[in-house]
Structure formats: structure tokens, C-alpha cells
Design a protein around this ligand. Sequence first.
Ligand code: FEO
Length: 170
Amino acid sequence: MLDKKVVELLNTQVNKEFYSAYLYLDIANYYTEQGLDGFANWYNIQAQEERDHALLFIKYLQNNDEKVTLDAIAKPDKAFDTNMAPLQVGYEHEQYVTGLIHAIYDQAYSVKDFRTMQFLDWFVKEQGEEETNAKNLITKMELFGSDAKGLYMLDNELGARVYSAPSLVL
Ligand code: FEO
């Protein structure tokens, strides 16, 4: 049996990860509308990864005989007016998610739930990578995005991203 509060936070995280997928799908749609298919590809893959994260939290709860409660997924409510805006939203969102993961870790730590801490280790590392990736996108956009040729090449680069399943297996 896991601690009640840990279970509650893990359940909430399932919803947060699905919301992340929704948000990134919304961003991908924005870029598709702008004709930036490479940026759209990058965020479509990011959305897939977020769905994978949600499924990992579900699996972890089930492996511990805990009930999974699926809640309504909030509507993405960000309006984008520049090609830079979604990148900033994405970066801020990853920082927010890192805070959520740390809060679950904090609760697990306080009740000496070493199993959940070990499960979350992967997510702590993953969040570090995702924040770096999101920040790098902003930097590249600042450097090359204002020039049509630069934007075209950056779009091509992001179009080359391919999906790979998460390295964490439960
Ligand atoms: Fe699943 Fe990017 O957090």
C-alpha cells in the first residue's frame, strides 16, 4: 500500500501529463497552420512522449494495486501570436511540470516511500532534459528565427526528429 497523499499526487500527475500532451498538440496545430511542418513534427512527438508519461504513471499505480482515476483534461487556453510564443509557453510548462514531479518526490521522501522515489528518478532526469530542449529551441529561434532562410533551416532540423519510446519500462 502506498501513502494516500502519494497516490493522490500520482493520480493527479496522470491528468497533468495528458494535459501536457494536449497543450503540445495545440502547439503542433498552431505551427501546422503557420506552414512550419518541422516545428509541428517536433511538438507532435512531444505530445506522444507526454502520453507515454501518463501511461507510465497509470502503470505504476496499477503495479501497486492502486486505483487509477481519470479526470477531465483541461482545454489548452494559450493564444499564440508569434512563432516564438509557443516555445516560451512550452518552456514555462516544463518548468511547472518539474515542480509537480518534485512535489511528488518530496511527499514520497517524507514517508520513506523508496519505491516511488526510485520510480520518479527517471522523471526527474527526463524533466531536466526536457527543460534543456525547450530552452535550446528558444535560443535557436532567437538566433535564426527572424531570418526567412534561418527559419526554413530550423524547421527542417525540427522536422527530422523521430519518436522513440521511453527508456523506462515498468
Ligand atoms: Fe511529461 Fe514534459 O513532462
